[in-house]
Design a protein around this ligand. Structure first.
Ligand code: URA
Length: 260
């Protein structure tokens, strides 16, 4: 393991050290290969670590909390100085599905939580009506952890600086599938420059291995272009198949579609 950085900001130095320990698997924060159980939200992980209640899933949750602490102190790119709150992401350490968006918007920046604005409300409906999943069951993250001013597109340098945080979350949660929302998330996760239309709706392997990706439209795009909701619904069928889930319409008789 590399030596801890000599960062003059003690919070940054601690966050870097925690991240290094978690990555090296050399701390009580590291998740053993046999991790199982229901897990807990990353925000609750500190409590489990503090009480010494070290079930394996709690170890992963604690490591995710260390990642969140690292994100909160991160200054790897200029966005760190512009944010109100960093938005690391949240969800169970044992989630089978990880949803990856582009980056926080204004509401997320204010609250420090992902997808809590209008696009987030649509995401909740997509998850519930399209996949039969409650948001509490999935891990929700973004490519960028800090809001780009005016919600502009991420710069390549910002994406590259932020990527290790998302990769660490993927490594710790080990979801069975990543659902990429929009072009930026899809291209980042797949290391591709192809347009979203060429990437969406099927299970694609990532170049470096790990959980595969299904890409679909970003909910913010769907809010502006409701006609694309039908294509999103079609994309979700690949998610259902990959996770072996029955369509919620079969389970509940709900025929209102995923996104209305
Ligand atoms: N859009 C995103 O991509 N992520 C969020 O968290 C909110 C809006």
């Amino acid at each position: 393991m590399p030596a801890p950085s000599a960062d003059p900001d003690p919070r940054l130095a601690l966050a870097e050290l925690l991240g290094q320990l978690a990555r090296a698997g050399a701390s009580p924060l590291a998740r053993p290969a046999s991790a199982g159980g229901d897990g807990g939200a990353a925000t609750a992980a500190g409590t489990a670590a503090a009480t010494g209640d070290a079930a394996p899933a709690d170890d992963a949750a604690a490591a995710l909390a260390a990642v969140a602490a690292g994100v909160a102190a991160c200054r790897r790119c200029p966005l760190g100085a512009l944010r109100t709150h960093a938005v690391p992401g949240e969800g169970p350490a044992t989630a089978r599905l990880m949803v990856v968006g582009e980056g926080p918007g204004a509401v997320e920046d204010r609250e420090g939580r992902p997808f809590v604005g209008p696009a987030g409300q649509l995401l909740d409906r997509i998850l519930e009506r399209g996949l039969g999943l409650s948001r509490r069951e999935v891990f929700v993250a973004n490519v960028l952890k800090c809001r780009p001013p005016g919600n502009r597109d991420p710069e390549p340098e910002e994406r590259d600086a932020c990527a290790p945080w998302l990769e660490e979350q993927i490594r710790l949660v080990r979801p069975e599938l990543l659902l990429a929302l929009g072009r930026h998330a899809a291209q980042t996760l797949l290391g591709s420059t192809a347009p979203l239309g060429a990437l969406r709706g099927r299970v694609l392997e990532r170049p470096g291995g790990g959980p595969p990706v299904v890409a679909t439209y970003h909910p913010a795009y769907l809010l502006r272009n409701p006609a694309a909701k039908a294509a999103c619904w079609a994309d979700l069928q690949a998610v259902l198949r990959h996770l072996g889930l029955r369509p919620p319409v079969e389970r509940t008789g709900n025929r209102s579609g995923p996104t209305r």
